[in-house]
Design a binder for this molecule. Structure first.
Ligand SMILES: Nc1ncnc2c1ncn2[C@@H]1O[C@H](COP(=O)(O)OP(=O)(O)OP(=O)(O)O)[C@@H](O)[C@H]1O
Ligand SMILES: [Mg+2]
Length: 370
């Protein structure tokens, strides 16, 4: 056993994780990967070194399955324990934004095909690349992925990725999908494809049927939401003062400060999100980046808050479209939140969405699922 399997077994023994057959299979795959990576580094292997040979690094693993099955948890476990440097863990969407940025910079140089230098730079920066939430929904990504990834693997990069879909269903129905099929072939050929589709959505279980919309703002609500946050992130409550912040890059160059950001869960105040001039780009960035968003301090809105109300509508649309789970602290139920003022009529749709977003059916949906 290596550290990956050890740590998983220890968490199960400690009762922090429930035994799960699919997860055990995935752990075995990740464990083998860790062993092969250790062998490829071949620190202790005199025979290999004398022969001047190294085992090639394994290409990696693709963990896929329904929401809350523990894919990100297992990938993080592997990422933390595998001793293979430099390594990088990144949200897939964010990674692709960065790739396009780098490709643009290369094209400006007019030095030919921009993909090889970008792949080379990425490979030099990370020998182990972990992607959370691989989803392909635009042709710009679809068209470059096969070449980019084959060059990364060729350069010896090991890739671990999570996705809600099996490789065959990536970019389903997308424009020019036939040009994307080589990427699917590459994934199926090179990566260990591991389904994680046990019966339990552990995230939903952790929410435990608790209410997601809390009224009114106040100490009782704060306590309930902070408990939900710590349950969702497994963060020790005694470390609550140390929850990391994050600076989120919004396309177009803006930066959004996230006061609390951990394991795909973010906490914002209503004032920060909707009290400042922000727009759809900011909200879409949040919706793509986080599977769960907690918004605190939502006041009852009146005619003088029409800008805040309009921004809140845009925020909820983005969260709803990306099936982000919303937990909120507000001074009124959704249908009583904004009843008088510009756009109050349109707000009814937002209220209805807010109600739907509290339903078990909505909460069971995967982040970013169509
Ligand atoms: N075996 C388990 N026992 C108890 N809790 C678990 C178990 N596996 C995962 N969890 C917890 O369930 C929550 C959801 O897991 P995780 O975020 O890894 O799901 P996921 O498969 O990545 O879901 P998504 O597709 O929505 O990203 C996490 O808080 C995680 O720690
Ligand atoms: Mg996940």
């Amino acid at each position: 056993m290596t550290a990956v399997a050890d740590r998983y077994a220890a968490l199960v023994r400690a009762g922090e994780l429930r035994p799960d057959a699919d997860q055990e299979r995935a752990v075995a795959v990740l464990d083998r990967l860790a062993q092969r990576l250790a062998a490829s580094t071949a620190k202790g292997s005199i025979v290999w070194r004398l022969a001047g040979r190294k085992e090639p690094p394994p290409p990696g693993a693709y963990l896929w399955g329904g929401v809350g099955r523990g894919k990100s948890m297992l990938m993080d476990l592997a990422f933390e324990t595998i001793d293979h440097h430099p390594k990088r863990r990144v949200h897939f969407h964010e990674f692709m934004l960065e790739v396009h940025e780098r490709l643009r910079a290369e094209r400006v140089k007019e030095a030919g095909d921009p993909i090889p230098p970008v792949a080379k730079a990425l490979a030099a920066e990370a020998k182990l690349l972990c992607f959370d939430e691989m989803v392909i929904n635009n042709s710009a990504d679809a068209m470059i992925l096969s070449r980019l990834f084959s060059q990364l693997l060729e350069a010896g990069v090991t890739v671990i990725t999570t996705s809600n879909r099996p490789p065959r269903d990536l970019y389903l129905g997308g424009l020019n999908r036939e040009l994307f099929l080589p990427f699917i072939d590459l994934v199926e050929r090179e990566l260990d494809v591991v389904p994680l589709n046990g019966p339990t959505d552990y995230r939903l279980e952790r929410l435990g049927g608790l209410p997601t919309w809390h009224v009114p703002n106040g100490p009782e609500t704060t306590r309930a939401l902070s408990e939900a946050f710590f349950r969702l992130t497994d963060y020790p409550v005694e470390d609550r003062a140390k929850v990391p912040t994050e600076e989120l890059q919004v396309p177009g160059g803006r930066v959004l400060h996230v006061p609390k950001s951990l394991k795909g869960v973010a906490v914002f105040s209503f004032r920060r999100l909707c009290g400042e001039p922000r727009g759809a780009q900011d909200y879409l960035t949040i919706a793509r980046h986080f599977h769960t968003v907690i918004v605190v301090g939502i006041p009852k809105l009146g005619p003088e808050n029409r800008s805040e109300a309009a921004r809140f509508v845009t925020l909820i649309d983005a969260l709803y479209e990306h099936k982000v789970k919303l937990l909120a602290a507000a001074d009124a139920e959704p249908e009583a939140l904004y009843v008088a003022g510009d756009g109050a009529f349109e707000f009814e749709r937002t209220a209805s969405r807010l109600i739907e977003m509290q339903s078990a059916d909505y909460l069971a949906l995967g982040h970013g699922e169509a």
